[in-house]
Design a protein around this ligand. Structure first.
Ligand code: EPU
Length: 340
């Protein structure tokens, strides 16, 4: 099959990621509609090319050697109202613009997820969560292209298999589906969520959706978690590590090694902040290793200070993992998706 004209060759992927790291894609295409997707997939199949779906590039670490397959960005945007507060949102819609839209309509359910970078299509994949909400609580269905069945399918909430930073899309069915749109059920005139400690500190009575959105944006900015193009200290992949969930025994073992460990009980498990473990293992905010560093504002965010390579970032990741494991016996698991 002849290469469709809209597929480009040797396109640098670094500018398409927040970390600005990594090499080029052998082939690259912006996908404008369903027929372009089918054409691109047919080309990938005839050439036996691996596929990479890029979202907003906010949770992606690409190898310095790049990606030898076909990288696609799903571009369609749009918020389509089905009924009261049930909306189907195209994968290419910027997530935070959708959150703002819901808050403006007084639809509750995703207000604490304000200020998160990336596109709507990426949110079900790692079940994005922050400040007391996860997208899985409002996602009703996901429409996706199924590369096995070779057709578009609707996946119910249950079929998505959501858990902490997890779904079938990043575990059992990794690479099988291409998310095309997501249907959310929000609560008309619903009350805002504000039980997360950082939010509780700021209000004494029930805040409005708008107030919670403004508070979350402010908290995130202070933690360097709202991307400011001009400030490399904010150009991170968000939390670089997941917060470990420990069993009762594992948590008891951890307590033998340190006192006053912050923790949050969570279904027979204890969730421990990775940021705390990192700091206590000797990696303070602003810890620098050449051109990569820990953000000066939050110890879970790794940043490219300018001109770094992916190899340098991975070396820092391993240094932190090893240091935390040596000090606490806990191996931190990275959160971003690694390519190549
Ligand atoms: N902490 C530190 N040092 C820091 C920051 C935090 O020691 O620099 C400790 C403190 O004990 C603090 C605790 O970590 O009380 C929790 O910190 P924070 O509220 O900032 O949350 P987090 O656990 O670091 C998680 C999510 C974030 C999400 C926030 C708010 C994960 C891996 N991260 O971070 O999600 O925004 O809670 O809900 O679950 C992301 O996944 O990319 C992400 C940014």
């Amino acid at each position: 099959m002849k290469k469709p004209n809209f597929i480009q060759e040797n396109v640098s992927l670094a500018p398409l990621t927040i970390l600005r790291l990594g090499g080029a894609a052998r082939f690259y295409a912006d996908i404008a509609d369903e027929s372009a997707l089918l054409e691109a997939l047919a080309f990938a199949q005839t050439q036996s090319l691996a596929l990479l779906i890029l979202g907003g590039g906010s949770n992606l670490v690409i190898a310095d050697t790049g990606f030898a397959g076909l990288a696609l960005r799903i571009k369609p945007r749009g918020i389509h109202q089905q009924s009261d507060a049930v909306v189907t949102v195209a994968a290419g819609e910027p997530w935070d613009e959708f959150v703002a839209h819901c808050v403006a309509h007084n639809w509750a359910g995703i207000e604490t997820l304000s200020g998160i970078p990336g596109l709507v299509g990426g949110t079900p994949i790692q079940n994005v969560g922050a400040y007391g909400q996860e997208v899985s609580a409002t996602i009703q269905t996901v429409r996706a292209y199924d590369r096995v069945a070779q057709r578009f399918v609707h996946l119910s909430h249950a079929e998505c298999g959501f858990a902490y930073r997890q779904s079938i899309f990043n575990t059992t069915a990794r690479e099988r589906y291409i998310v095309w749109s997501v249907t959310f059920g929000l609560r008309v005139n619903g009350t805002a969520t504000w039980h997360y400690p950082d939010l509780q500190k700021r209000f004494t009575t029930q805040p409005s959706l708008h107030e919670v959105r403004a508070a979350v944006l402010d908290i995130r900015r202070r933690k360097g978690m709202v991307i400011d193009e001009a400030d490399s200290d904010t150009r991170s992949a968000g939390s670089f590590f997941k917060n470990p969930s420990l069993s009762v025994d594992e948590f008891a073992a951890l307590n033998e090694r340190a006192a006053n460990i912050p923790h949050y009980p969570n279904a027979n498990q204890f969730k421990v902040p990775a940021a705390w473990l990192i700091e206590q293992a000797g990696f303070p905010k602003g810890f620098t290793a050449g051109r990569v560093a820990i953000s000066t504002k939050h110890s879970l965010a790794l940043v490219n200070r300018g001109g770094a390579t992916t190899a340098e970032l991975i070396a820092l990741m391993r240094q932190i993992q090893d240091g935390v494991e040596k000090r606490f016996g806990v191996r931190l698991q990275p959160e971003p998706i690694f390519v190549g």
